[in-house]
Ligand binder design. Structure first.
Ligand SMILES: O=C(O)C(=O)C[C@]1(C(=O)O)C=C[C@@H](O)C=C1
Length: 281
């Protein structure tokens, strides 16, 4: 069967690198045709799976310096039916691309807000006077350089090569061990898993409302590897809680925890069980 994988494009983004790493690792499974489909935003990338335009999407979820990718969490909550197949941990090393030959020539730096955040200290030290402009992706930042001869872009080395733009500095991320976690999602539940992700809203904003849902895991010795809150968008001070646990949703112990969690939350959504793969270069 023909497979298609949506990612935040255009070609050269870290999301494309994650999609290629996934494909490489699944090469036996995808022995037939498999195409990579770039989308302009993370929300559109996820919607493409929900609407059946593609079979899979690879989206960033969390970075070791900058934290959560809010659009991914918000969209996966809204779309409801998406299931995580796999988590991929990808090392991220940013480059400064520009057509001018030195830092003095750069007046504006373009990049995805996550990448700008991951290079914040380097930018303050090396280019303190430049204007920072957010783009939809790091590759879109590189494309801005066609219209701005005084511009610089924070993007991948692969983007520098693909679009033939010189690299002025590399690596420029504030920490050498910078990495981003991606989720591979589809409409089908995964057949295996060591981790499970879910999110819930609470019935009432009262003292201790979050204690019970957390106890459900603690009482069973299930380790939580992440908790993140996002606004419900209904009223100020109302939150959704996104939780990752280091356990398989199909394990009977986890099953009972999820049943109990369902009873003490307003809406509970299980985004799937999945393995975590570490990508090395
Ligand atoms: O703009 C890109 O290259 C992306 O793939 C997006 C993204 C992100 O949203 O976190 C992916 C990995 C890096 O953390 C920087 C940017």
């Amino acid at each position: 069967m023909n497979q298609s994988i949506a990612y935040l494009g255009p070609a050269g983004t870290y999301s494309e690198a994650a999609a290629l790493a996934y494909l490489n690792q699944q090469s036996v499974k995808f022995s037939g045709e498999c195409s990579l489909c770039p989308y302009p935003t993370i929300a559109q990338t996820l919607r493409a799976v929900a609407e059946g335009e593609v079979s899979l999407a690879v989206v960033p979820v969390e970075n070791s310096i900058e934290g959560s990718v809010a659009t991914t969490l918000d969209t996966i909550w809204q779309l409801d039916q998406l299931q995580i197949q796999q988590a991929l941990l990808l090392p991220i090393a940013h480059a400064l691309l520009a057509r001018t030959s030195n830092y003095e020539g750069i007046k504006t730096v373009y990049s995805h807000p996550q990448a700008l955040g991951q290079c914040q200290q380097w930018l303050e030290k090396s280019l303190p006077a430049v204007k920072l402009i957010a783009t939809n992706s790091t590759t879109e930042a590189v494309q801005q350089l066609d219209q701005d001869e005084f511009g610089g872009a924070i993007a991948s080395m692969r983007a520098a090569e693909l679009y033939q733009v010189p690299v002025l500095a590399y690596p420029i991320n504030d920490r050498p061990d910078n990495c981003t976690r991606f989720w591979v999602v589809s409409l089908q539940p995964s057949q295996e898993g060591t981790h499970t992700s879910l999110a819930f809203s609470l019935p009432k904003n009262i003292p201790g409302a979050l204690v019970k849902p957390l106890q459900v895991f603690a009482e069973r010795g299930i380790n939580m590897s992440r908790i993140e809150s996002r606004p419900t968008k209904r009223a100020i001070g109302e939150y959704l809680f996104f939780i990752d646990i280091e356990a398989d949703a199909e394990d009977p112990l986890v099953h009972s925890a999820l049943d109990e969690l369902n009873a003490c939350t307003e809406t509970l959504k299980i985004f799937g069980r999945y393995p975590v793969i570490f990508i090395k270069y």
